[in-house]
Write a protein that binds this ligand. Structure first.
Ligand SMILES: Cc1cc2nc3c(=O)[nH]c(=O)nc-3n(C[C@H](O)[C@H](O)[C@H](O)COP(=O)(O)OP(=O)(O)OC[C@H]3O[C@@H](n4cnc5c(N)ncnc54)[C@H](O)[C@@H]3O)c2cc1C
Length: 396
């Protein structure tokens, strides 16, 4: 059953969360440590399942509304927004979209209440841009599956209680069965996976990134997500949601950088006047405003396409259109954000090149957005193949 969402209340809650998280985020960033207040504050303001249907404990937001919420959260930093991407956009989303009733009832309300933090584990040390090269495997052992493999660079991987992950069926030689297809699983931490935080990152010190090893993980047969062999379709469908979340967060980064720069350009004086009166500084501000405006339009177009596709789940044309627009939005807005924060740092001069200022932190963090959830290169190939036709897919 559809419940109308109270957008005013949602955005009030998002704003309250953002204001409360800011001092924690700034302190953690400077101290180079994980921000352990994101989850409690998100739980306090009921933001742990914004697009999840109300009957499963969420707030039932459509894609456009959720994107707007992530734009606001993105202003607080890519690390904060990345938590929501990992937990909600690529954690809750595949369970809500591809899970059966039992899986939804078991995981989603707990995720919404912060009792089950989620992650999405697709990438492996030797399988990034091409997940089909993964080597994780599973085999059936009575009422369980046995999962083995290593997942790498997983957002929330060290703090999650369960992960949506992927593996090939195992052949008699212990390797993936030739010609087989990937399946998806929901794996509880209690099933026996061991994670290790990855902290040698160029940015996002406040966000958790980890690798984890599944060595004989015992996963109940009821935790296979979707039908056997549907893992790749589930992963690619989930990435549409994930890409929109990254694009939304990057728009927030552009907005925040612009706000900061407008204040700074008015206050900072050089050569006898505010730097905002120097025409070359104005050129940076105009370019940032253009990036903000166009990114907003591109994001909304893509989010609307996703809503249209969700309303007609059997319509392949709408699904493909949503997929393509999410890829375009992600590619465009992550690059627009990278350019905008570079300009913002330039406007701040020497102070900009510092983690003590918001623009410097944005610069360090936003760079990864051109890598995760589909690199620039992979997205360009995808967009071109969408124009030329499937037979031109260069990444197969
Ligand atoms: C902070 C962080 C968080 C992450 N979070 C998650 C997560 O939550 N879950 C998850 O599953 N993964 C996550 N990732 C992994 C991320 O999705 C991968 O890093 C990304 O997909 C790229 O894979 P790779 O790093 O193995 O690079 P590679 O695939 O090795 O690519 C290296 C370079 O080669 C290029 N390249 C590869 N193939 C082609 C081709 N056919 N044509 C042209 N160029 C090509 C790439 O574009 C890239 O420039 C995260 C990564 C980071 C850094």
């Amino acid at each position: 059953m559809m419940h109308p969402i109270d957008r005013t209340k949602l955005f009030t809650d998002v704003e309250a969360f953002c204001q409360e998280i800011r001092p924690h985020e700034e302190l953690c960033y400077v101290e180079h440590r994980y921000n352990d207040q994101v989850i409690p504050l998100a739980r306090k303001h009921d933001l742990l399942a914004i697009p999840v249907p109300v009957e499963y404990g969420g707030r039932g937001a459509d894609t456009v509304t959720y994107a707007r919420a992530l734009v606001r959260i993105g202003r607080e930093g890519t690390g904060v927004r990345t938590f929501f991407s990992g937990h909600t956009s690529i954690g809750e989303y595949p369970i809500a979209t591809y899970g059966n009733e039992e899986q939804k009832r078991h995981y989603l309300p707990a995720a919404a209440h912060g009792e089950c933090i989620l992650a999405f584990g697709l990438t492996e040390p030797d399988a990034g841009s091409n997940p089909l090269e993964m080597t994780s495997t599973y085999s059936r052992e009575g009422d369980h599956f046995r999962l083995d493999g290593v997942k790498y660079l997983i957002s929330n991987g060290g703090i999650c209680d369960a992960v949506v992950t992927f593996a090939y069926p195992r052949g008699d030689d212990g390797q993936k069965l030739p010609g087989s297809r990937i399946s998806a699983f929901i794996v509880d931490r209690g099933a026996g996976f061991v994670s290790e935080d990855l902290t040698a990152k160029m940015g996002m010190p406040t966000s958790n990134t980890a690798m984890f090893e599944m060595s004989g993980c015992r996963v109940p047969v009821g935790n296979m997500l979707g039908e056997e062999g549907a893992g790749f379709r589930i992963a690619m469908g989930t990435l549409v949601s994930g890409r929109l979340s990254v694009a939304s967060g990057c728009l927030g980064v552009i907005e925040d950088s612009l706000t900061e720069c407008l204040t700074y350009a008015r206050e900072r004086h050089q050569h006898g006047k505010p730097i905002g009166k120097h025409q070359l500084v104005q050129e940076h501000l105009a370019a940032m405003e253009q990036a903000r405006l166009v990114s907003d339009c591109v994001l909304m177009r893509a989010a609307e396409a996703k809503d249209a596709a969700q309303e007609a789940p059997t319509n392949a044309d709408l699904r493909n259109r949503a997929d393509m627009l999410a890829a375009q939005a992600k590619l465009f807005i992550t690059n627009a954000a990278w350019d905008a924060v570079d300009r913002a740092v330039q406007i701040y001069g020497g102070r900009g090149w510092s983690t003590l200022y918001r623009v410097g932190r944005h610069l360090m963090d936003v760079r990864v957005c051109r890598i995760y959830e589909g690199t620039d290169e992979v997205l360009k190939l995808k967009i071109a193949a969408g124009l030329l036709g499937k037979e031109f897919e260069a990444y197969r």
